[in-house]
Design a protein around this ligand. Structure first.
Ligand SMILES: Cc1cc2nc3c(=O)[nH]c(=O)nc-3n(C[C@H](O)[C@H](O)[C@H](O)COP(=O)(O)O)c2cc1C
Length: 363
């Protein structure tokens, strides 16, 4: 699908505003998700090879997942597995329903294969999301792969009350997913990233774990713009708060240099940057986290993965699982099979038996 997507589908999608194209693709997948026959046909076209991994007590058919933000309303839950993903992270969801920032709020920097977004957690709220997820379960359309939920803070909730806001969402959703990600790293909710501060994060994890009693893995998602010292402070919470893993990373507020005026215009937009320009910084963060924890804390590596080389780079830097968002937009749905097949091939070439043998092997 790589070539037909790039030459035929992408030009049509990219003629439209980025959010409109996103909504069109999601609506198509939502419709397909309701039809078992179509879903199975998608599975035949796009399924990825098996590359099973076990991380934080969950079994994944392959290590490549869908990153948060793509399916905030959980409208295409069955489709992600059929598109070859080894897991999916739904949301971000907040306790209160909210419209997000005014449009336009998603921009493509095509020459750099990047996206700038300031969506601002547009989502239907945790209780409506819970109903949607229950519906998929009742319809018997729940996927066979692990499903995670990305939890954000409602914009109207002040920072001092953030812990209760996250805990409320968790309470509403805890029976409906396999793992949860505490997102304190989106640049698009005012002051949210202050919650990456150790004491604030400690409060959030205390409130969630009081409800969870270590039943479900709870991870934290970090910004690529944190210093290594700030990351080390977060790591101090891993043992006391039983943090199951770290998702590294969210989008960046940093912009690369560009001489291209069209790109400069996009980069002048407020928001988080994802895609190719994020790759290197995200890998640096993964490498640091893996070294500091001596590989004892599972890392989900995300940021600028476009092919099997990028995926292998993240794994050998210390990621046990991977996620993509922006490359799905630029490369189309064939990318999952391509990346997973490439990983299988690399394992064969290096003579490693399991993917876990490769995790952090370049450090
Ligand atoms: C339009 C858009 C919306 C996003 N929404 C969320 C979100 O709600 N929660 C979150 O943790 N990350 C969100 N992200 C960040 C992605 O999950 C991912 O961390 C980031 O895009 C880097 O991966 P990539 O380079 O493969 O896109 C969003 C990204 C984009 C492009």
């Amino acid at each position: 699908m790589g070539w037909p997507y790039r030459k035929l589908v992408r030009p049509v999608l990219f003629k439209q505003d980025a959010e409109r194209a996103h909504n069109f693709a999601l609506t198509s997948l939502a419709l397909a998700s309701r039809d078992e026959f179509i879903c199975n046909a998608i599975g035949k076209l796009f399924s990825a090879p098996e590359l099973p991994v076990e991380v934080f007590g969950l079994k994944f058919p392959n290590p490549l997942g869908l990153a948060a933000g793509m399916d905030k309303h959980a409208v295409a839950v069955p489709a992600w597995e059929k598109l070859g993903f080894g897991f999916s992270e739904l949301g971000g969801v907040t306790w209160h329903a909210q419209p997000g920032n005014p449009a336009p709020r998603m921009f493509r920097a095509v020459a750099d294969e990047a996206i700038v977004n300031r969506m601002g957690f547009n989502n239907p709220g945790a209780e409506v999301l819970a109903q949607q997820l229950s519906e998929w379960k009742n319809l018997g359309r729940w996927p066979g792969h692990p499903v995670g939920i990305n939890l954000g803070k409602s914009k109207i909730t002040p920072l001092e009350k953030a812990a209760a806001d996250y805990a409320n969402s968790f309470r509403a959703l805890r029976e409906l997913a396999d793992f949860f990600v505490v997102n304190v790293s989106s640049p698009n909710t005012p002051n949210l990233r202050q919650l990456q501060d150790k004491s604030a994060l400690d409060e959030i994890f205390a409130a969630i774990q009081a409800l969870n009693q270590n039943q479900k893995p709870i991870l934290v998602k970090v910004a690529p713009d944190l210093s290594f010292e700030a990351l080390d402070e977060i790591l101090e919470l891993v043992a006391p708060r039983s943090i199951a893993g770290i998702v590294a990373t969210n989008t960046t507020i940093v912009r690369p240099q560009s001489n291209d005026s069209a790109i400069q215009k996009i980069y002048s937009e407020t928001g988080g940057l994802s895609g190719k320009p994020l790759r290197q910084r995200s890998t640096e963060i993964i490498r640091h986290l893996h070294k500091q924890t001596k590989g004892r804390v599972p890392i989900i590596g995300v940021g600028g993965i476009f092919d099997a080389d990028d995926a292998w780079e993240k794994i050998t830097a210390g990621a046990s699982l991977l996620q993509i968002y922006t490359s799905l937009v630029y490369e189309g749905p064939g990318i999952t099979r391509e990346i997973v097949a490439g990983l299988v091939q690399r394992l064969e070439i290096t003579g490693m038996k399991h993917l876990r043998d490769a995790v952090g092997s370049a450090n």
